[in-house]
Design a protein around this ligand. Structure first.
Ligand code: DGL
Length: 273
């Protein structure tokens, strides 16, 4: 940033609007990487609320004000679409955000129970999630709508969120935690496992070593829904910017590790851009 009194010059890549991608931490990067690949010209601003993460163990009433405040901030800065790339934030806030900000389209994440229920041969599906997602209305609604004829085994796995957030995608501790989380789903005979937390696709290589079940990642559906909601006139700058309410240097290292982006532009959440 320049001198204290200098007015920040808006980055021309974002000045006419952008798509915001929100998560409590680095999990939403599993959605961002697919948006990046499918919509390369769309300007994307990623917002990680890492000062409050993990969201999953908190009740919706605690999480909602965090999500609402980030959404308000992003809208004021020019977000034209907000992707809640976080099942937990969607569980806590999606309906309320749509009421509070009726002019902004929100893409929410609900557990991908529908494709799992359609694909199962064993009649048992597993859902790996967080506690607030498992307790939420969105989840209850999709289970009643798509899976009332099959068995659904729901398993909150908060330790897997923390592994990813620490960048531990392999090694004995990660394998032990993954094996422990999958055991009840394997024992129940689940042949489809819904990854109902956006952190979990980063663990796919080791999840595959501990289960024969198919793993269902919602990212492609989110990309299709986002593409449908893009407003006309969004600049085609293809710029990417990352914001965090936590430590920007740490997030920068995580993006390098998780996405292989050599020098991502990362700022504090309240910095000017
Ligand atoms: N990425 C998250 C989700 O999809 C959040 C995990 C957390 O903060 O507990 O639910």
């Amino acid at each position: 940033m320049s001198g204290a009194s200098a007015k920040p010059v808006p980055d021309p890549g974002f000045a006419d609007g952008f798509v915001a991608v929100f998560d409590s931490g680095v999990g939403g990067l599993t959605i961002l990487r697919e948006l990046d690949a499918s919509l390369p010209h769309v300007p994307l601003v990623y917002y990680a609320d890492q000062s409050h993460m993990p969201y999953g163990p908190h009740p919706a009433e605690v999480i909602h004000p965090w999500v609402e405040s980030a959404a308000r901030d992003l809208i004021e800065r020019g977000a034209k679409v907000i992707v809640l790339a976080c099942h937990s934030a969607s569980a806590a806030s999606l309906y309320r955000l749509r009421d509070t900000f009726p002019d902004t389209p929100f893409v929410g994440l609900e557990p991908a129970v529908k494709p799992a229920a359609e694909a199962t041969h064993s009649g048992v599906i597993g859902v790996l999630s967080t506690q607030v997602t498992a307790d939420g209305e969105l989840y209850k609604r999709v289970v009643v709508q798509y899976a009332s004829h099959i068995r659904v085994v729901t398993l909150p796995a908060p330790e897997l969120v923390l592994l990813v957030e620490r960048g531990q995608l392999d090694g004995p501790e990660a394998h032990d935690a993954v094996a422990r989380a999958l055991e009840p789903l394997n024992e129940a005979g689940a042949d489809q496992i819904v990854l109902a937390c956006t952190h979990f696709p980063f663990l796919e290589p080791i999840l595959r070593q501990h289960t024969m079940a198919a793993l269902i990642d919602p990212a492609q559906g989110v990309v299709r829904q986002t593409a449908r909601l893009l407003p006309p006139g969004l600049p085609a700058s293809g710029k990417r910017l990352y914001l965090t309410s936590g430590d920007p240097l740490r997030l920068q290292g995580m993006i390098q590790q998780l996405l292989g982006v050599p020098s991502p532009q990362v700022l504090a959440a309240d910095a000017d851009f």
